[in-house]
Write a new protein. Sequence first.
Lengths: 252, 380
Amino acid sequence: MNGASHNLVEVRDLTVGYGERRVLEGINFEVRRGEVFAILGVSGSGKSTLLKHLIGLYQPMHGDVLISGASIVRAEGDERLRILRKFGVLYQGGALFGSLTTVENVRLPLDEFTDLSEVAKDLIALSKLRLVGLESAATKLPADLSGGMQKRAGIARAIVMDPCILFLDEPSAGLDPITSAALDALIRELARGLGITFVMVTHELASIYSVADRVVVLDPRTRGIAAEGAPSWLRENASQPWVRQFLKREAA
Amino acid sequence: MAVKPPVELPVRWALSVRPDGAGKLAFAGELDAESTPVAWRILESELARIKVATFEVDVRQLVCDSAGLALLYYLSVGRMTPGASVSLTGLSPELQHLLRSFSTEDFQALQEHEPTCSPFVEDVGAATRSWLCDLRQQVEFIGEVTLGVLRSAFRPRRMRWKEVLRVFEVAGVNALPVVSLLTFLVGMVIAFESAQPLAQLGAQVFVANLLGLVMSRELGPVMAAIMLAGRSGSAFAAELGTMKVNEELNALQTMGLSPVQFLVVQRVVAGILLTPVLTIFAMYAGLLGGIPVLLGLGFPLRMVLHQVQSGLHFGDLAEGISKSIVFGAIVASVSCLRGLQTGEGPRAVGESTTRSVVTSILLIILADAIIASVTYTLRK
Protein backbone atom coordinates (compact mmCIF):
# COMPACT_ATOMS: atom_id res chain seq x y z
CA MET A 1 0.00 0.00 0.00
CA ASN A 2 1.56 3.31 -0.96
CA GLY A 3 1.59 6.43 1.19
CA ALA A 4 -1.17 8.24 -0.61
CA SER A 5 -3.76 5.55 -0.06
CA HIS A 6 -2.58 4.75 3.44
CA ASN A 7 -3.20 8.27 4.68
CA LEU A 8 -6.79 9.27 4.09
CA VAL A 9 -6.27 12.84 5.22
CA GLU A 10 -2.97 14.67 4.93
CA VAL A 11 -2.45 18.17 6.20
CA ARG A 12 0.67 19.85 4.83
CA ASP A 13 2.13 23.03 6.24
CA LEU A 14 -1.33 24.49 6.74
CA THR A 15 -1.68 28.11 7.87
CA VAL A 16 -5.17 29.36 8.51
CA GLY A 17 -6.72 32.54 9.82
CA TYR A 18 -9.27 35.27 9.35
CA GLY A 19 -8.24 38.42 7.49
CA GLU A 20 -4.79 39.32 8.78
CA ARG A 21 -5.08 37.29 11.97
CA ARG A 22 -3.39 33.90 11.89
CA VAL A 23 -5.08 31.25 14.00
CA LEU A 24 -2.87 28.26 13.20
CA GLU A 25 0.51 28.16 11.51
CA GLY A 26 2.46 25.39 9.80
CA ILE A 27 0.19 22.51 10.79
CA ASN A 28 1.23 19.04 9.61
CA PHE A 29 -0.43 15.72 10.36
CA GLU A 30 -1.86 12.61 8.73
CA VAL A 31 -4.93 10.54 9.44
CA ARG A 32 -4.52 6.86 8.62
CA ARG A 33 -7.16 4.68 7.08
CA GLY A 34 -9.49 3.15 9.62
CA GLU A 35 -8.45 5.12 12.68
CA VAL A 36 -10.44 7.42 14.92
CA PHE A 37 -8.49 10.64 15.02
CA ALA A 38 -9.24 13.52 17.34
CA ILE A 39 -8.19 17.16 17.27
CA LEU A 40 -8.00 18.46 20.82
CA GLY A 41 -7.50 21.88 22.24
CA VAL A 42 -8.76 24.46 24.67
CA SER A 43 -11.56 26.82 23.59
CA GLY A 44 -10.31 29.32 21.05
CA SER A 45 -7.33 27.26 19.93
CA GLY A 46 -8.70 26.99 16.40
CA LYS A 47 -10.08 23.45 16.43
CA SER A 48 -13.28 24.24 14.58
CA THR A 49 -11.45 26.57 12.19
CA LEU A 50 -9.05 23.76 11.36
CA LEU A 51 -11.93 21.36 10.75
CA LYS A 52 -13.63 23.83 8.41
CA HIS A 53 -10.43 23.96 6.38
CA LEU A 54 -10.16 20.17 6.30
CA ILE A 55 -13.62 19.88 4.78
CA GLY A 56 -12.98 22.65 2.28
CA LEU A 57 -15.42 25.23 3.63
CA TYR A 58 -12.65 27.83 4.04
CA GLN A 59 -9.60 28.55 1.92
CA PRO A 60 -6.32 28.34 3.85
CA MET A 61 -3.77 31.17 3.79
CA HIS A 62 -1.05 28.70 2.95
CA GLY A 63 -0.52 24.95 2.70
CA ASP A 64 -2.64 22.07 1.49
CA VAL A 65 -5.17 19.49 2.64
CA LEU A 66 -5.26 16.14 0.81
CA ILE A 67 -8.29 13.89 1.07
CA SER A 68 -7.17 10.40 0.00
CA GLY A 69 -4.43 11.94 -2.08
CA ALA A 70 -6.38 14.74 -3.80
CA SER A 71 -6.10 18.38 -2.76
CA ILE A 72 -9.40 19.79 -1.61
CA VAL A 73 -7.87 23.27 -1.56
CA ARG A 74 -7.16 23.43 -5.28
CA ALA A 75 -9.90 21.17 -6.62
CA GLU A 76 -12.76 22.76 -8.53
CA GLY A 77 -15.95 21.67 -10.26
CA ASP A 78 -16.45 17.94 -10.73
CA GLU A 79 -13.14 17.04 -9.14
CA ARG A 80 -14.13 18.90 -6.00
CA LEU A 81 -17.49 17.14 -6.00
CA ARG A 82 -15.71 13.80 -6.23
CA ILE A 83 -13.59 14.67 -3.20
CA LEU A 84 -16.63 15.90 -1.29
CA ARG A 85 -18.34 12.55 -1.90
CA LYS A 86 -15.52 10.79 -0.05
CA PHE A 87 -16.46 12.23 3.30
CA GLY A 88 -19.44 13.10 5.41
CA VAL A 89 -19.66 15.81 8.05
CA LEU A 90 -21.60 15.96 11.29
CA TYR A 91 -22.02 19.57 12.35
CA GLN A 92 -22.24 20.64 15.95
CA GLY A 93 -26.01 20.99 16.08
CA GLY A 94 -26.70 18.20 13.61
CA ALA A 95 -27.57 20.77 10.90
CA LEU A 96 -30.68 18.85 9.89
CA PHE A 97 -32.99 20.69 7.54
CA GLY A 98 -35.87 21.76 9.70
CA SER A 99 -38.52 21.54 7.01
CA LEU A 100 -37.79 17.88 6.19
CA THR A 101 -38.55 14.80 8.26
CA THR A 102 -35.68 12.72 9.57
CA VAL A 103 -35.92 10.15 6.79
CA GLU A 104 -36.18 12.89 4.16
CA ASN A 105 -33.07 14.49 5.59
CA VAL A 106 -31.17 11.22 5.28
CA ARG A 107 -32.57 10.59 1.79
CA LEU A 108 -31.61 14.02 0.48
CA PRO A 109 -28.13 13.11 -0.88
CA LEU A 110 -29.60 10.00 -2.53
CA ASP A 111 -32.33 12.11 -4.16
CA GLU A 112 -29.77 14.57 -5.47
CA PHE A 113 -26.94 12.31 -6.57
CA THR A 114 -28.39 8.95 -7.60
CA ASP A 115 -30.98 7.52 -9.97
CA LEU A 116 -32.20 4.96 -7.46
CA SER A 117 -35.90 4.17 -7.28
CA GLU A 118 -38.05 5.56 -4.48
CA VAL A 119 -38.19 2.15 -2.82
CA ALA A 120 -34.41 1.78 -2.91
CA LYS A 121 -33.85 5.27 -1.49
CA ASP A 122 -36.33 4.67 1.33
CA LEU A 123 -34.76 1.30 2.10
CA ILE A 124 -31.24 2.75 2.24
CA ALA A 125 -32.25 5.77 4.31
CA LEU A 126 -34.16 3.57 6.76
CA SER A 127 -31.24 1.16 7.07
CA LYS A 128 -28.92 4.05 7.97
CA LEU A 129 -31.45 5.24 10.52
CA ARG A 130 -31.57 1.73 11.98
CA LEU A 131 -27.76 1.68 12.14
CA VAL A 132 -27.86 4.77 14.36
CA GLY A 133 -30.89 3.48 16.27
CA LEU A 134 -33.41 6.01 15.01
CA GLU A 135 -35.73 3.82 12.95
CA SER A 136 -38.72 4.77 15.06
CA ALA A 137 -38.16 8.51 14.54
CA ALA A 138 -38.12 8.35 10.73
CA THR A 139 -41.19 10.48 10.18
CA LYS A 140 -40.53 13.03 12.89
CA LEU A 141 -39.34 16.56 12.19
CA PRO A 142 -35.91 17.56 13.56
CA ALA A 143 -37.58 19.97 15.98
CA ASP A 144 -39.26 16.99 17.66
CA LEU A 145 -35.97 15.14 18.22
CA SER A 146 -33.73 15.48 21.26
CA GLY A 147 -30.18 16.80 20.90
CA GLY A 148 -28.63 13.34 20.91
CA MET A 149 -31.15 12.06 18.37
CA GLN A 150 -30.45 15.03 16.09
CA LYS A 151 -26.76 14.19 16.13
CA ARG A 152 -27.46 10.55 15.36
CA ALA A 153 -29.72 11.60 12.51
CA GLY A 154 -26.89 13.88 11.35
CA ILE A 155 -24.56 10.89 11.34
CA ALA A 156 -27.09 8.82 9.39
CA ARG A 157 -27.28 11.57 6.77
CA ALA A 158 -23.50 11.85 6.67
CA ILE A 159 -23.00 8.12 6.01
CA VAL A 160 -25.80 7.60 3.51
CA MET A 161 -23.49 7.92 0.51
CA ASP A 162 -20.99 5.45 2.04
CA PRO A 163 -18.15 7.89 2.64
CA CYS A 164 -14.78 6.57 3.79
CA ILE A 165 -14.19 9.51 6.17
CA LEU A 166 -16.53 11.12 8.65
CA PHE A 167 -15.69 14.51 10.14
CA LEU A 168 -17.36 15.29 13.46
CA ASP A 169 -17.47 18.78 14.92
CA GLU A 170 -17.81 18.57 18.72
CA PRO A 171 -20.00 15.44 18.67
CA SER A 172 -20.61 15.51 22.41
CA ALA A 173 -21.24 19.25 22.76
CA GLY A 174 -24.49 19.89 24.58
CA LEU A 175 -25.17 16.25 25.39
CA ASP A 176 -25.52 14.64 28.78
CA PRO A 177 -22.82 12.10 29.76
CA ILE A 178 -25.05 9.09 29.08
CA THR A 179 -26.13 10.26 25.62
CA SER A 180 -22.57 11.27 24.94
CA ALA A 181 -21.31 7.80 25.89
CA ALA A 182 -23.93 6.23 23.64
CA LEU A 183 -22.73 8.43 20.80
CA ASP A 184 -19.14 7.34 21.47
CA ALA A 185 -20.26 3.72 21.32
CA LEU A 186 -21.97 4.42 18.01
CA ILE A 187 -18.78 6.00 16.63
CA ARG A 188 -16.74 2.96 17.65
CA GLU A 189 -19.32 0.62 16.15
CA LEU A 190 -19.38 2.50 12.85
CA ALA A 191 -15.59 2.69 12.75
CA ARG A 192 -15.35 -1.05 13.24
CA GLY A 193 -18.44 -2.19 11.35
CA LEU A 194 -18.27 0.07 8.31
CA GLY A 195 -14.54 0.72 8.33
CA ILE A 196 -15.13 4.46 8.37
CA THR A 197 -12.22 6.72 9.32
CA PHE A 198 -13.25 9.33 11.86
CA VAL A 199 -11.76 12.79 12.30
CA MET A 200 -13.31 14.57 15.25
CA VAL A 201 -12.83 17.91 16.90
CA THR A 202 -13.57 17.88 20.59
CA HIS A 203 -12.73 19.17 24.02
CA GLU A 204 -14.60 16.35 25.74
CA LEU A 205 -11.68 14.49 27.28
CA ALA A 206 -13.88 11.87 28.90
CA SER A 207 -14.70 10.31 25.55
CA ILE A 208 -11.25 10.68 23.99
CA TYR A 209 -9.76 7.74 25.85
CA SER A 210 -12.52 5.37 24.87
CA VAL A 211 -12.88 6.48 21.28
CA ALA A 212 -9.75 7.97 19.76
CA ASP A 213 -6.79 6.00 18.47
CA ARG A 214 -4.66 9.08 17.99
CA VAL A 215 -4.99 12.75 18.85
CA VAL A 216 -3.27 16.03 18.10
CA VAL A 217 -3.34 18.74 20.75
CA LEU A 218 -3.41 22.30 19.43
CA ASP A 219 -1.37 24.92 21.25
CA PRO A 220 -3.00 28.37 21.27
CA ARG A 221 0.28 30.07 22.19
CA THR A 222 2.50 28.75 19.41
CA ARG A 223 -0.49 28.34 17.03
CA GLY A 224 0.89 24.91 16.23
CA ILE A 225 0.59 21.31 17.36
CA ALA A 226 1.75 20.74 20.92
CA ALA A 227 1.61 16.94 20.89
CA GLU A 228 0.55 14.03 18.70
CA GLY A 229 -0.01 10.40 19.61
CA ALA A 230 -2.25 7.94 21.39
CA PRO A 231 -4.17 9.79 24.11
CA SER A 232 -3.29 7.52 27.03
CA TRP A 233 0.37 7.56 26.02
CA LEU A 234 0.40 11.35 25.73
CA ARG A 235 -1.20 11.67 29.15
CA GLU A 236 1.97 10.25 30.70
CA ASN A 237 4.65 11.06 28.15
CA ALA A 238 3.86 14.34 26.40
CA SER A 239 6.93 16.55 26.36
CA GLN A 240 5.06 19.64 27.47
CA PRO A 241 3.76 19.63 31.04
CA TRP A 242 0.59 21.57 30.23
CA VAL A 243 -0.44 18.92 27.72
CA ARG A 244 -0.09 16.20 30.37
CA GLN A 245 -2.04 18.36 32.79
CA PHE A 246 -4.69 19.14 30.20
CA LEU A 247 -5.12 15.46 29.41
CA LYS A 248 -5.18 14.40 33.05
CA ARG A 249 -7.39 17.02 34.57
CA GLU A 250 -10.54 16.00 32.88
CA ALA A 251 -9.71 12.36 32.59
CA ALA A 252 -10.10 11.91 36.32
CA MET B 1 -32.10 -19.24 -19.77
CA ALA B 2 -29.21 -16.81 -19.40
CA VAL B 3 -29.53 -13.09 -19.85
CA LYS B 4 -26.65 -10.75 -20.45
CA PRO B 5 -26.78 -7.29 -18.93
CA PRO B 6 -25.48 -4.27 -20.89
CA VAL B 7 -21.72 -4.46 -21.29
CA GLU B 8 -20.81 -1.08 -19.77
CA LEU B 9 -22.16 -1.99 -16.31
CA PRO B 10 -19.49 -2.82 -13.73
CA VAL B 11 -21.72 -5.66 -12.54
CA ARG B 12 -22.67 -8.81 -14.40
CA TRP B 13 -25.06 -11.56 -13.49
CA ALA B 14 -26.16 -14.95 -14.76
CA LEU B 15 -29.79 -15.94 -14.28
CA SER B 16 -30.82 -19.55 -14.68
CA VAL B 17 -34.00 -21.47 -13.97
CA ARG B 18 -34.09 -25.23 -13.74
CA PRO B 19 -37.23 -27.10 -14.86
CA ASP B 20 -38.11 -27.97 -11.22
CA GLY B 21 -38.56 -24.25 -10.48
CA ALA B 22 -35.23 -23.65 -8.78
CA GLY B 23 -33.87 -20.28 -9.89
CA LYS B 24 -30.32 -19.06 -9.47
CA LEU B 25 -28.85 -15.61 -9.87
CA ALA B 26 -25.06 -15.25 -9.69
CA PHE B 27 -23.59 -11.77 -9.41
CA ALA B 28 -20.05 -10.70 -10.23
CA GLY B 29 -18.52 -7.27 -10.17
CA GLU B 30 -19.56 -4.15 -8.32
CA LEU B 31 -22.98 -2.85 -7.36
CA ASP B 32 -22.62 0.83 -6.48
CA ALA B 33 -24.88 3.89 -6.46
CA GLU B 34 -24.45 4.26 -10.22
CA SER B 35 -24.79 0.67 -11.43
CA THR B 36 -27.52 -0.36 -8.98
CA PRO B 37 -30.41 1.68 -10.43
CA VAL B 38 -29.78 0.21 -13.91
CA ALA B 39 -29.30 -3.31 -12.61
CA TRP B 40 -32.43 -2.92 -10.46
CA ARG B 41 -34.61 -2.01 -13.44
CA ILE B 42 -33.26 -4.74 -15.70
CA LEU B 43 -33.52 -7.42 -13.03
CA GLU B 44 -37.05 -6.39 -12.11
CA SER B 45 -38.24 -6.84 -15.69
CA GLU B 46 -36.28 -10.08 -16.15
CA LEU B 47 -37.54 -11.64 -12.95
CA ALA B 48 -41.13 -10.60 -13.68
CA ARG B 49 -41.03 -12.91 -16.68
CA ILE B 50 -40.02 -16.06 -14.82
CA LYS B 51 -41.69 -18.18 -12.17
CA VAL B 52 -39.58 -19.86 -9.51
CA ALA B 53 -40.31 -21.80 -6.35
CA THR B 54 -36.89 -21.37 -4.78
CA PHE B 55 -34.41 -18.68 -5.66
CA GLU B 56 -30.73 -18.57 -4.83
CA VAL B 57 -28.76 -15.35 -5.07
CA ASP B 58 -25.03 -15.93 -5.19
CA VAL B 59 -22.99 -12.89 -4.18
CA ARG B 60 -19.58 -14.51 -3.64
CA GLN B 61 -17.99 -12.42 -6.37
CA LEU B 62 -19.85 -9.22 -5.64
CA VAL B 63 -18.61 -6.00 -4.09
CA CYS B 64 -21.38 -3.65 -3.05
CA ASP B 65 -22.20 -0.47 -1.16
CA SER B 66 -25.45 0.60 0.50
CA ALA B 67 -27.25 0.91 -2.82
CA GLY B 68 -26.22 -2.62 -3.79
CA LEU B 69 -27.24 -3.89 -0.38
CA ALA B 70 -30.66 -2.34 -0.83
CA LEU B 71 -31.04 -4.35 -4.05
CA LEU B 72 -29.86 -7.55 -2.35
CA TYR B 73 -32.27 -6.95 0.49
CA TYR B 74 -35.11 -6.31 -1.93
CA LEU B 75 -34.28 -9.58 -3.67
CA SER B 76 -33.87 -11.49 -0.44
CA VAL B 77 -37.32 -10.60 0.89
CA GLY B 78 -38.82 -11.91 -2.34
CA ARG B 79 -40.19 -8.63 -3.66
CA MET B 80 -38.99 -9.44 -7.17
CA THR B 81 -39.88 -13.14 -7.04
CA PRO B 82 -43.25 -13.33 -5.28
CA GLY B 83 -43.99 -16.65 -3.67
CA ALA B 84 -40.44 -17.97 -3.90
CA SER B 85 -38.22 -18.71 -0.95
CA VAL B 86 -35.04 -16.73 -1.47
CA SER B 87 -31.60 -17.43 -0.08
CA LEU B 88 -28.45 -15.32 -0.22
CA THR B 89 -25.18 -17.21 -0.40
CA GLY B 90 -21.64 -16.03 0.00
CA LEU B 91 -22.38 -12.81 1.88
CA SER B 92 -19.39 -11.59 3.90
CA PRO B 93 -19.91 -11.15 7.65
CA GLU B 94 -19.60 -7.33 7.43
CA LEU B 95 -22.22 -7.14 4.72
CA GLN B 96 -24.41 -9.57 6.65
CA HIS B 97 -24.22 -7.22 9.59
CA LEU B 98 -25.17 -4.29 7.38
CA LEU B 99 -27.97 -6.22 5.70
CA ARG B 100 -29.54 -6.70 9.11
CA SER B 101 -30.04 -2.93 9.30
CA PHE B 102 -32.58 -3.19 6.49
CA SER B 103 -36.08 -3.89 7.66
CA THR B 104 -39.42 -4.38 5.98
CA GLU B 105 -41.31 -3.18 9.05
CA ASP B 106 -39.55 0.20 8.95
CA PHE B 107 -40.37 0.48 5.28
CA GLN B 108 -44.01 -0.40 5.80
CA ALA B 109 -44.28 2.02 8.70
CA LEU B 110 -42.94 4.76 6.45
CA GLN B 111 -45.35 3.91 3.64
CA GLU B 112 -48.32 3.93 6.01
CA HIS B 113 -47.27 7.21 7.49
CA GLU B 114 -47.86 9.20 4.27
CA PRO B 115 -49.14 12.58 5.49
CA THR B 116 -52.89 12.67 5.50
CA CYS B 117 -54.85 15.60 4.13
CA SER B 118 -56.95 17.18 6.85
CA PRO B 119 -60.60 17.70 5.95
CA PHE B 120 -61.76 21.08 4.67
CA VAL B 121 -63.97 21.85 7.67
CA GLU B 122 -61.07 21.17 10.02
CA ASP B 123 -58.85 23.53 8.02
CA VAL B 124 -61.45 26.30 8.14
CA GLY B 125 -61.89 25.80 11.87
CA ALA B 126 -58.15 25.88 12.52
CA ALA B 127 -57.71 29.00 10.38
CA THR B 128 -60.57 30.80 12.14
CA ARG B 129 -59.26 29.83 15.51
CA SER B 130 -55.75 31.04 14.77
CA TRP B 131 -57.16 34.27 13.33
CA LEU B 132 -59.19 34.89 16.49
CA CYS B 133 -56.19 34.04 18.67
CA ASP B 134 -54.11 36.50 16.70
CA LEU B 135 -56.78 39.17 17.12
CA ARG B 136 -56.87 38.57 20.85
CA GLN B 137 -53.08 38.79 21.04
CA GLN B 138 -53.17 42.06 19.11
CA VAL B 139 -55.70 43.57 21.48
CA GLU B 140 -53.69 42.44 24.50
CA PHE B 141 -50.56 43.76 22.92
CA ILE B 142 -52.07 47.16 22.16
CA GLY B 143 -53.10 47.42 25.79
CA GLU B 144 -49.68 46.39 27.05
CA VAL B 145 -47.85 48.81 24.76
CA THR B 146 -50.16 51.70 25.64
CA LEU B 147 -49.63 51.02 29.33
CA GLY B 148 -45.89 50.83 28.76
CA VAL B 149 -45.73 54.08 26.84
CA LEU B 150 -47.87 55.86 29.45
CA ARG B 151 -45.74 54.48 32.26
CA SER B 152 -42.64 55.76 30.51
CA ALA B 153 -44.29 59.12 29.95
CA PHE B 154 -44.93 59.49 33.66
CA ARG B 155 -41.57 58.12 34.68
CA PRO B 156 -39.22 59.19 31.87
CA ARG B 157 -36.18 58.24 33.87
CA ARG B 158 -37.07 54.56 33.63
CA MET B 159 -37.05 54.74 29.85
CA ARG B 160 -33.94 53.55 27.99
CA TRP B 161 -33.54 56.76 25.99
CA LYS B 162 -30.25 55.58 24.50
CA GLU B 163 -32.09 52.78 22.76
CA VAL B 164 -34.78 55.23 21.58
CA LEU B 165 -32.04 57.43 20.15
CA ARG B 166 -30.38 54.48 18.42
CA VAL B 167 -33.64 53.37 16.80
CA PHE B 168 -34.40 56.99 15.90
CA GLU B 169 -31.08 57.20 14.09
CA VAL B 170 -31.16 53.81 12.38
CA ALA B 171 -34.83 53.86 11.37
CA GLY B 172 -35.24 57.61 10.96
CA VAL B 173 -32.13 59.57 10.08
CA ASN B 174 -30.65 56.84 7.94
CA ALA B 175 -33.93 56.51 6.03
CA LEU B 176 -34.07 60.20 5.06
CA PRO B 177 -32.19 59.90 1.74
CA VAL B 178 -34.25 57.02 0.42
CA VAL B 179 -37.59 58.49 1.58
CA SER B 180 -36.69 61.86 0.06
CA LEU B 181 -35.63 60.34 -3.25
CA LEU B 182 -38.77 58.23 -3.41
CA THR B 183 -41.20 61.10 -2.79
CA PHE B 184 -39.19 63.44 -5.02
CA LEU B 185 -39.72 61.03 -7.90
CA VAL B 186 -43.36 60.45 -7.01
CA GLY B 187 -43.90 64.22 -6.91
CA MET B 188 -42.34 64.53 -10.34
CA VAL B 189 -44.49 61.78 -11.81
CA ILE B 190 -47.70 63.25 -10.35
CA ALA B 191 -46.83 66.67 -11.78
CA PHE B 192 -46.21 65.13 -15.20
CA GLU B 193 -49.35 63.04 -15.20
CA SER B 194 -51.67 65.77 -13.94
CA ALA B 195 -50.26 68.52 -16.19
CA GLN B 196 -51.90 67.13 -19.33
CA PRO B 197 -55.52 66.73 -18.17
CA LEU B 198 -55.38 70.07 -16.36
CA ALA B 199 -54.02 71.73 -19.52
CA GLN B 200 -57.20 70.69 -21.33
CA LEU B 201 -59.15 72.73 -18.80
CA GLY B 202 -56.62 75.52 -18.96
CA ALA B 203 -55.84 74.98 -15.29
CA GLN B 204 -52.24 73.84 -15.55
CA VAL B 205 -51.10 76.21 -12.85
CA PHE B 206 -53.20 74.26 -10.34
CA VAL B 207 -50.75 71.39 -10.61
CA ALA B 208 -48.90 73.17 -7.82
CA ASN B 209 -51.99 73.25 -5.56
CA LEU B 210 -52.72 69.63 -6.31
CA LEU B 211 -49.20 68.59 -5.50
CA GLY B 212 -49.20 70.51 -2.26
CA LEU B 213 -52.46 68.96 -1.11
CA VAL B 214 -51.71 65.42 -2.16
CA MET B 215 -48.25 65.44 -0.65
CA SER B 216 -49.20 66.94 2.68
CA ARG B 217 -52.46 65.06 3.22
CA GLU B 218 -51.87 61.69 1.63
CA LEU B 219 -48.68 60.69 -0.08
CA GLY B 220 -46.19 62.25 2.32
CA PRO B 221 -47.36 60.31 5.38
CA VAL B 222 -48.26 57.15 3.44
CA MET B 223 -44.98 56.92 1.55
CA ALA B 224 -42.96 57.62 4.68
CA ALA B 225 -44.89 54.97 6.60
CA ILE B 226 -44.56 52.37 3.86
CA MET B 227 -40.84 52.96 3.67
CA LEU B 228 -40.66 52.68 7.44
CA ALA B 229 -42.54 49.38 7.33
CA GLY B 230 -40.34 47.93 4.61
CA ARG B 231 -37.07 49.26 5.88
CA SER B 232 -37.30 49.33 9.66
CA GLY B 233 -40.45 47.40 10.59
CA SER B 234 -39.02 44.27 8.99
CA ALA B 235 -35.78 44.87 10.89
CA PHE B 236 -37.70 45.16 14.19
CA ALA B 237 -39.50 41.89 13.52
CA ALA B 238 -36.30 40.09 12.52
CA GLU B 239 -34.43 41.49 15.52
CA LEU B 240 -37.05 40.47 18.07
CA GLY B 241 -37.66 37.18 16.24
CA THR B 242 -33.98 36.28 16.45
CA MET B 243 -33.97 37.20 20.12
CA LYS B 244 -36.92 34.90 20.63
CA VAL B 245 -35.20 32.05 18.79
CA ASN B 246 -32.02 32.61 20.84
CA GLU B 247 -34.05 32.49 24.06
CA GLU B 248 -33.07 36.07 24.87
CA LEU B 249 -36.74 36.90 25.43
CA ASN B 250 -37.03 34.01 27.88
CA ALA B 251 -33.96 35.37 29.66
CA LEU B 252 -35.65 38.76 29.98
CA GLN B 253 -38.82 37.18 31.34
CA THR B 254 -37.00 35.13 33.97
CA MET B 255 -35.15 38.25 35.05
CA GLY B 256 -38.57 39.73 35.72
CA LEU B 257 -38.40 42.15 32.81
CA SER B 258 -41.26 42.42 30.39
CA PRO B 259 -40.14 42.18 26.77
CA VAL B 260 -42.76 44.75 25.88
CA GLN B 261 -41.48 47.25 28.43
CA PHE B 262 -37.84 46.50 27.70
CA LEU B 263 -37.82 46.26 23.90
CA VAL B 264 -41.11 47.29 22.35
CA VAL B 265 -41.88 50.57 24.12
CA GLN B 266 -38.58 52.13 22.98
CA ARG B 267 -39.25 51.19 19.39
CA VAL B 268 -42.82 52.45 19.48
CA VAL B 269 -41.78 55.76 21.05
CA ALA B 270 -38.99 56.14 18.50
CA GLY B 271 -41.46 55.26 15.74
CA ILE B 272 -43.95 57.87 16.94
CA LEU B 273 -41.20 60.51 17.12
CA LEU B 274 -39.47 59.75 13.86
CA THR B 275 -42.38 59.27 11.45
CA PRO B 276 -43.50 62.95 11.55
CA VAL B 277 -39.92 64.00 10.77
CA LEU B 278 -39.72 61.55 7.89
CA THR B 279 -43.14 62.73 6.72
CA ILE B 280 -42.14 66.41 6.67
CA PHE B 281 -39.10 65.49 4.61
CA ALA B 282 -41.28 63.43 2.31
CA MET B 283 -43.74 66.31 1.83
CA TYR B 284 -40.99 68.77 0.93
CA ALA B 285 -39.21 66.34 -1.34
CA GLY B 286 -42.49 65.64 -3.15
CA LEU B 287 -43.07 69.36 -3.72
CA LEU B 288 -39.48 69.78 -4.85
CA GLY B 289 -40.00 66.97 -7.35
CA GLY B 290 -42.92 68.83 -8.91
CA ILE B 291 -41.12 72.18 -9.21
CA PRO B 292 -38.78 71.28 -12.12
CA VAL B 293 -41.80 70.03 -14.06
CA LEU B 294 -43.71 73.26 -13.44
CA LEU B 295 -40.68 75.35 -14.36
CA GLY B 296 -40.42 73.27 -17.53
CA LEU B 297 -44.06 74.09 -18.33
CA GLY B 298 -43.10 77.76 -18.27
CA PHE B 299 -44.33 78.93 -14.86
CA PRO B 300 -41.94 81.15 -12.90
CA LEU B 301 -40.78 79.85 -9.53
CA ARG B 302 -42.39 82.72 -7.64
CA MET B 303 -45.79 81.89 -9.11
CA VAL B 304 -45.44 78.21 -8.25
CA LEU B 305 -44.55 78.99 -4.65
CA HIS B 306 -47.44 81.43 -4.40
CA GLN B 307 -49.85 78.80 -5.69
CA VAL B 308 -48.62 76.24 -3.19
CA GLN B 309 -48.86 78.74 -0.37
CA SER B 310 -52.38 79.82 -1.21
CA GLY B 311 -53.60 76.26 -1.76
CA LEU B 312 -52.21 74.80 1.46
CA HIS B 313 -53.65 75.45 4.87
CA PHE B 314 -52.37 74.64 8.29
CA GLY B 315 -55.12 72.03 8.60
CA ASP B 316 -53.71 70.06 5.68
CA LEU B 317 -50.27 69.91 7.23
CA ALA B 318 -51.74 69.03 10.64
CA GLU B 319 -53.75 66.24 9.06
CA GLY B 320 -50.65 64.81 7.40
CA ILE B 321 -48.56 65.01 10.55
CA SER B 322 -51.20 63.49 12.79
CA LYS B 323 -51.71 60.69 10.30
CA SER B 324 -48.00 60.04 10.33
CA ILE B 325 -47.98 59.71 14.12
CA VAL B 326 -50.71 57.08 13.90
CA PHE B 327 -48.82 55.28 11.13
CA GLY B 328 -45.57 55.34 13.08
CA ALA B 329 -47.26 53.79 16.10
CA ILE B 330 -48.90 51.16 13.89
CA VAL B 331 -45.73 50.16 12.05
CA ALA B 332 -43.53 50.01 15.13
CA SER B 333 -45.98 48.09 17.30
CA VAL B 334 -47.17 45.69 14.60
CA SER B 335 -43.59 44.84 13.65
CA CYS B 336 -42.65 44.26 17.26
CA LEU B 337 -45.74 42.11 17.81
CA ARG B 338 -44.85 39.95 14.80
CA GLY B 339 -41.31 39.67 16.11
CA LEU B 340 -42.53 38.53 19.52
CA GLN B 341 -44.93 36.05 17.91
CA THR B 342 -42.05 34.30 16.12
CA GLY B 343 -42.37 30.53 16.34
CA GLU B 344 -39.73 27.84 16.31
CA GLY B 345 -37.50 26.72 13.52
CA PRO B 346 -35.33 28.27 10.86
CA ARG B 347 -38.18 29.66 8.78
CA ALA B 348 -39.92 31.38 11.67
CA VAL B 349 -37.94 34.62 11.56
CA GLY B 350 -38.47 34.98 7.82
CA GLU B 351 -42.18 34.36 8.26
CA SER B 352 -42.59 36.95 10.98
CA THR B 353 -40.65 39.50 8.92
CA THR B 354 -42.98 38.97 5.98
CA ARG B 355 -46.03 39.13 8.22
CA SER B 356 -44.80 42.34 9.82
CA VAL B 357 -44.49 44.12 6.46
CA VAL B 358 -47.80 42.82 5.12
CA THR B 359 -49.77 43.64 8.28
CA SER B 360 -48.12 47.05 8.63
CA ILE B 361 -48.93 48.15 5.09
CA LEU B 362 -52.44 46.77 5.32
CA LEU B 363 -53.10 48.65 8.54
CA ILE B 364 -51.50 51.84 7.19
CA ILE B 365 -53.88 51.89 4.23
CA LEU B 366 -56.84 50.95 6.43
CA ALA B 367 -56.05 53.72 8.92
CA ASP B 368 -55.50 56.15 6.07
CA ALA B 369 -58.91 55.36 4.62
CA ILE B 370 -60.59 55.79 7.99
CA ILE B 371 -58.84 59.08 8.77
CA ALA B 372 -59.49 60.42 5.26
CA SER B 373 -63.21 59.70 5.44
CA VAL B 374 -63.51 61.15 8.94
CA THR B 375 -61.72 64.38 8.00
CA TYR B 376 -63.75 64.61 4.80
CA THR B 377 -66.97 64.48 6.79
CA LEU B 378 -65.65 67.00 9.30
CA ARG B 379 -64.64 69.46 6.57
CA LYS B 380 -68.15 69.43 5.13
